[in-house]
Design a protein around this ligand. Structure first.
Ligand code: 2HG
Ligand code: ZN
Length: 461
């Protein structure tokens, strides 16, 4: 360790695994955003709460910034280390700590992968319902830091609903045991909830107690083709009124073009501008008849042009792939990502304004719309044309994002629905949160992390 600060850290925590090879710095210094060049000081891989605390104490004394790091699947730059920070990777703290059958909770370390949590819950005949495409690589700690949403929010809500307790090392080095699995706890500020979605700026989750629930009844998956954008909300209203929805997701023909080119199977012939993948509970014939009735009504109203219903698990997976494969299929095009939300009731007017804004600002650029329309959450990916340099493309997108943020503000929406603010959207925070709110948020950060060592530069400019 040539850096004296690292030598000091190694002296204090002799068993701490520290990496400084160029390949490791590059690997751990970035997340799924590819905009920043990774340049961390080193990577620390603690194996215990004591080591995490030791690192935080050291960082406070040495005034070294820490970037808490999970699966680094984030899309907002929240886990990027580009300015000599210490990356604190929680990947070695990845065990299930315990299951409580009476409370129906699973206690886990933060580095556990979401899919492993799903499997552990299923092993006890229950489910952990937060779910999305990055399930195989994202860590539970990261999902807590961003209050991750995903494809089942419409039925189960965000991560926030499923966290019964958190152990956290705050920025000042204190170990906090928050809420301890209680269902009812009316004893003042809920600091557990404050941690959720704080993007690693208040504390580092070192253990989480997750609520589990019963598996849903058998479900069915349908793919629908729609003739226009107005039909989206009409079909949503029809399906929601008749069915118990597990998911209601949409994408455009441009998104479809990319997933098909990336190996997914076409399920509906012909050209249609919009598609919906919906999953609904269909335990008995009544539910299946209700689905058919909703479908037929949609067709009669001219809101549905075509549709297929999965006849097997394999077919259901193939339909889901059309939606879940989008992010991966767009990655080679260096997309500029927006992750916005408005109230569902505000969606029709917002979609209308967005469509004209994006059509005007990006006349010759592929813009891919998809997302969790049933939650009022849209992902808008703008694809970089070959003719533009990275810098020019981002400058153009930043300009449009400002206009988009103004549009969102008019409709009472948010510049980040589920990905977080990170580095990517920090310049637009004030379009979503008032000056008074941001001042209070900064004050809260100051209390938990007086030296500003946790993820500085993220969330706030
Ligand atoms: C999804 O819903 C993810 O698939 C990723 O939130 C969205 O790539 C994106 O923009
Ligand atoms: Zn999403």
């Amino acid at each position: 360790m040539t850096d004296p600060r690292l030598a000091d850290l190694a002296r204090r925590l002799p068993d701490l695994r520290l990496l400084t090879d160029a390949g490791d710095l590059e690997h751990y210094g970035r997340d799924w955003t590819r905009r920043w060049t990774p340049a961390p000081l080193a990577i620390a891989l603690p194996a215990s709460v004591e080591e995490v605390q030791g690192i935080v104490h050291w960082a406070n004394e040495q005034k070294v910034a820490i970037v808490p790091s999970g699966g680094r699947t984030g899309l907002s730059g929240g886990a990027v280390a580009a300015h000599g920070e210490l990356v604190l990777s929680l990947e070695r703290m990845n065990r299930v700590v315990g299951f409580d059958a009476v409370d129906r909770t699973l206690t886990v370390q933060p580095g556990i992968v979401l899919e492993t949590v799903h499997e552990a819950a299923r092993g006890h005949g229950l489910i952990y319902p937060v779910d999305f495409a990055a399930r195989g690589s994202c860590s539970i700690g990261g999902t807590i830091a961003t209050n991750a949403g995903g494809i089942r929010v419409i039925r189960y809500g965000n991560t926030r609903e499923w966290i019964a307790g958190l152990k956290v090392v705050a920025g000042n080095g204190e170990l906090l045991d928050l809420n301890r699995g209680l269902i009812k706890n009316s004893s003042g500020y809920d600091l557990r909830q404050l941690m959720i979605g704080s993007e690693g700026t208040l504390g580092i989750v070192v253990e989480a107690t997750l609520r589990l629930t019963d598996p849903p009844p058998a479900s069915q998956v349908m793919l629908l083709a729609l003739p226009n954008m107005d039909a989206l909300m009409r079909v949503f209203a029809l399906f929601r009124a008749r069915l118990s929805l597990q998911a209601f997701e949409f994408f455009t023909d441009v998104a479809l073009k990319h997933v098909l080119a990336h190996g997914a199977q076409r399920a509906i012939e012909g050209d249609h501008p919009y598609y919906v993948v919906t999953e609904f509970e269909a335990a008995d014939e009544r539910a299946q008849e209700a689905a058919l009735a909703a479908f037929e009504q949609g067709v009669e109203q001219g809101a549905i042009s075509d549709g297929v219903i999965a006849q097997s698990d394999a077919q259901a997976a193939a339909l889901w792939r059309l939606r879940e494969g989008i992010t991966e299929s767009l990655a080679p095009h260096k997309p500029y990502k927006n992750d916005v939300s408005v109230r569902i009731g505000a969606l029709p007017a917002f979609l209308h304004d967005m469509q004209s804004l994006l059509g005007r600002e990006y006349p010759h650029i592929d813009v891919v719309w998809f997302g969790h329309i049933g939650d009022g959450n849209l992902h808008i990916n703008v694809l970089k044309p070959e003719s533009l340099s990275d810098a020019d493309f981002i400058a153009q997108c930043e300009h449009v994002t400002k206009l988009l943020a103004d549009t969102l503000q008019r409709h009472g929406g948010s510049i980040s629905a589920e990905h977080g603010i990170g580095l990517v959207k920090r310049a637009y925070l004030e379009s979503t949160r008032s000056a008074a709110e941001i001042a209070l948020m900064r004050g809260v950060r100051q209390v938990f992390d007086p030296n500003g060592i946790l993820n500085p530069g993220k969330l706030f400019v």
